[in-house]
Design a binder for this molecule. Structure first.
Ligand SMILES: [Zn+2]
Length: 324
């Protein structure tokens, strides 16, 4: 079904991305259990999306349309999006049932730009947010979402900005699409402090991200002590990605995964963006190995001088709430 979410011509968010991701998983040669994705229910979607938007999407089933200049639907796209969100929920259920320890949702369309009432940036339904709300509804007390996609997950942030039970931490290129994600955005109301943004300028590499994890993301997560961790895993901060200009390697994503699962072993990684097919395949392979518990390096904090100040600025904003 995910492969039937088809663009109307060339589009970077294309079915071949998932073929590459599956090839990476196969190359990892780790023991896996397949969990069948099912469509998310209306109730699951309504926990984070507005009814009028869900009705609009339902009317688009079977149609072709553009919902914003970047975001298409084809005849099977709404069903694929519902299945992508439901797939992430199914992995949460697998963990809560004790059937699996960790999960990797190889799904599309991606989700983290999808807003409560609108599609945006290739995203129709916010898969990771639907899964977080589903976990909360099932009694999980604290859910953390770490978003290492190169773009800021504006939709996810918006959905949980005032909710202290769902912590959202994002590392992203900035200034960049979608324009949100300044370090000063830290949530509001009861959720103040439970949004952590680490904007990094163009060219950041493994040592810069490593410092951001080491000094900000990991200590915040340790203090928050999530019962479940969801990862918005785009691979578009890879140096080969055609849409962005960051300098990560596939191995860096393995380090992120090891560091995160050492804080919270109950982890579901959900595919977001990433538009270079070889980079997706190599990165998925490394992340799958790390998820399986295979040994390897964690994160290495070695910020370049140009990125040191921006990491420090983000640390200061997080430091208003957390001991970082
Ligand atoms: Zn992205």
């Amino acid at each position: 079904m995910f492969d039937r979410h088809l663009p109307l011509g060339y589009h970077p968010e294309r079915p071949e991305r998932l073929v590459a991701a599956r090839a990476g998983l196969a190359r990892a040669e780790v023991a896996t259990v397949s969990v069948e994705a099912r469509e998310a229910s209306d109730d699951q979607l309504a926990a984070v999306h507005e009814p009028a938007y869900l009705e609009r999407l339902a009317r688009l089933a079977g149609e072709r349309a553009f919902l914003d200049p970047d975001t298409f639907v084809g005849p099977d796209s709404v069903a694929a999006a519902r299945r992508a969100a439901g797939g992430a929920c199914a992995l949460v259920d697998g963990i809560l049932a004790g059937e699996i320890d960790r999960g990797f949702a190889l799904v599309r369309p991606p989700g983290h730009h999808a807003r409560p009432g609108a599609a945006m940036g290739f995203c129709l339904l916010n898969n990771v947010a639907v899964a977080a709300a589903h976990a909360r509804a099932r009694g999980v007390r604290r859910v953390a979402i770490v978003d290492w996609d190169v773009h800021h997950g504006n939709g996810t942030e918006e959905m949980f900005a005032s909710d202290p039970s769902v912590l959202y931490a994002s590392l992203h290129q900035w200034p960049f699409y979608p324009g949100t994600g300044a370090a000063s955005e830290i949530g509001r109301g009861e959720g103040r402090g439970y949004t952590v943004n680490v904007p990094l300028t163009s060219g950041a590499g493994p040592g810069d991200y490593g410092a951001a994890f080491d000094r900000i993301v990991l200590p915040v997560l340790e203090a928050f002590a999530p019962d479940l961790l969801l990862v918005s895993a785009g691979f578009d901060a890879h140096s080969d990605d055609p849409l962005a200009t960051m300098c990560l390697t596939a191995d860096a994503y393995g380090g992120f995964t090891r560091a995160l699962t050492s804080v919270c072993s109950r982890t579901v990684v959900v595919l977001e963006g990433g538009y270079d097919l070889r980079a997706i395949e190599a990165s998925v392979e490394v992340v799958a190995r790390a998820l399986s518990g295979a040994p390897g390096e964690g994160v290495v904090a070695a910020p370049a001088r140009g990125h040191e100040a921006e990491i420090e600025r983000a640390r200061r904003h997080a430091g208003a709430t957390w001991r970082v």
